[in-house]
Design a protein around this ligand. Structure first.
Ligand code: CP
Length: 322
């Protein structure tokens, strides 16, 4: 296999977006584009991780992220182990770190970790020898989701620089919002957060975003409407008066969407709560909604992240003619 260029990727782990430069993000998105195209071919495999071992360690539920990391690892030729917390010794009281050390003894090259506590994945990364990818920690970070969102936007012909993006809903509990704000502002986009005051972190404007409490004003002339799930499982107490009222003021429907640009894209990281933060009519709009594309592109993005971390390069592979 030859390569077209040789940008190095020197990071040991992928824990958040903030350690990445704009140039590294751009090259990672280019590499992901290659893998998304590969995923559309009949033969989706490429031996970039042959002989390597990937462990998926999810302490929180997941459909998209866990499955796409498994597929990504297999398409790259790695051996993939999915650790089920339910069937593990964690249920007998083994700690996060002891679990990580136990798995580390089997010499995995990469551990993909999701945990309900912010900072838990970084802590784990300090104890193991291989690379660690944060698949979502508490309300802190979900870097591969932000990367896949950026690839989805670019593949719809939109430049990140100068783009106006409204991130709407439960910003307070959202690791997706934090990683997206970081990535989009680094790449020169304008980010608006749209939410009731109860669902915004204190001093959110320090993240370099515009703050809107009125969704109609927040959506005015935006290029992207990114909806977020109301994370009821992370709420202790009442953050919204009622689901019905929340949908009335902050749910995306056809009428509110009409305030965005005519070609604005609708995004959602999933899982969606239809009728809570988004109406089915707009979620399933085949012209405007890219929610299914986000899922497909997630596999290519995760292949790019695995390749970059294991091979320490952002080179786009060039396959030799047979
Ligand atoms: N977007 C996302 O992280 O989805 P899952 O929880 O299904 O992995």
């Amino acid at each position: 296999m030859n390569v077209t260029r040789t940008p190095a990727f020197r990071h040991r782990h992928l824990l958040d977006i903030d350690g990445l430069s704009a140039a590294e993000i751009g090259a990672l998105l280019d590499l992901a584009d290659f893998y998304v195209d590969l995923g559309r071919r009949a033969d989706k495999k490429i031996n970039r991780l042959r002989g390597r071992t990937l462990v998926n360690l999810f302490f929180e539920s997941s459909t998209r992220t866990r499955t796409s990391f498994e597929l990504a690892g297999k398409r790259l030729g790695a051996d993939v182990i999915n650790m089920s917390v339910e069937g593990s010794s964690i249920k007998k009281g083994e700690t996060l770190i002891d679990t990580a050390m136990t798995l580390n003894a089997m010499q995995p090259d990469v551990m993909v970790v999701r945990h309900s506590d912010s900072g838990a994945v970084e802590l784990l990364s300090q104890k193991v020898d291989g690379a660690v990818i944060n698949a979502g920690d508490g309300s802190h970070a979900h870097p591969t989701q932000a990367l896949l969102d950026a690839v989805t936007i670019r593949r719809r012909g939109k430049r990140l620089s100068g783009l106006v993006v409204a991130i709407c809903g439960d910003i307070l509990h959202s690791r997706v919002a934090r990683s997206n704000i970081m990535l989009l502002t680094t790449m020169g986009a304008v980010v608006r957060v749209v939410a009731p005051p109860t669902l915004l972190p204190t001093a959110v404007e320090r993240l370099g975003v515009e703050v809107h409490h009125d969704m109609r004003k927040g959506l005015k002339d935006v290029d992207i409407v990114m909806m977020l799930r109301l994370q009821l499982e992370r709420m202790h107490g009442a953050f919204v008066p009622s689901i019905r009222e929340y949908f009335h003021f902050y749910g995306l429907d056809r009428e509110k969407l009409s305030l965005a640009k005519e070609d604005a894209l609708i995004m959602h990281p999933g899982p969606m709560n239809r009728g809570v933060e988004i109406d089915s009519e707009v979620a399933d709009d085949i012209n405007r909604s890219v929610i299914r594309e986000q899922v497909e592109i997630g596999v290519g993005v995760r292949m790019a992240c695995l390749d970059a971390l294991v091979n320490h390069t952002l080179e786009i592979p060039v396959e030799k003619a047979a």
